[in-house]
Design a protein. Structure first.
Length: 128
């Protein structure tokens, strides 16, 4: 989205707007945005999921280190999906067919992960 805004500003002669035409600048900005989303929003999402006690119950399989996982919230894929989709929507050229396929695939995989976690947590079915 920002690509199209800055391309328009570049046609108006806005100084510095042409930097968005370079994929190296847009990819660096996307990496920085992705890291900021993961670090800043990630902590809040993890805290929210822990506060709501959204996590899987631990089965007794007599495995070493098994109970260290207790209290780890599920649905952490929300952070990954947000860290991928937000920078792509902000900095990518959305008229590229590969970008569109990547967005659709990411949403689809996120939906599958959400359904898996939903079945594990709320339906108490560990079959996955």
């Amino acid at each position: 989205m920002l690509y199209y805004l800055f391309r328009y500003l570049d046609t108006l002669g806005f100084p510095g707007a042409g930097v968005f035409n370079y994929i190296s600048f847009r990819s660096a900005a996307a990496v920085i945005t992705s890291l900021l989303i993961a670090m800043l929003i990630g902590k809040r999402i993890i805290y929210f999921l822990q506060r709501k006690q959204i996590g899987e119950t631990i089965r007794n399989l007599d495995l070493e280190g098994q109970y260290r996982k207790q209290g780890t919230p599920s649905m952490g894929g929300l952070i990954i999906i947000a860290s991928i989709l937000v920078p792509v929507l902000l900095f990518a050229r959305l008229d590229n067919v590969y970008i569109i396929l990547m967005i659709i695939t990411t949403i689809w995989v996120g939906f599958i992960g959400f359904m898996d976690d939903y079945i594990k947590i709320f339906k108490k079915n560990k079959e996955g």
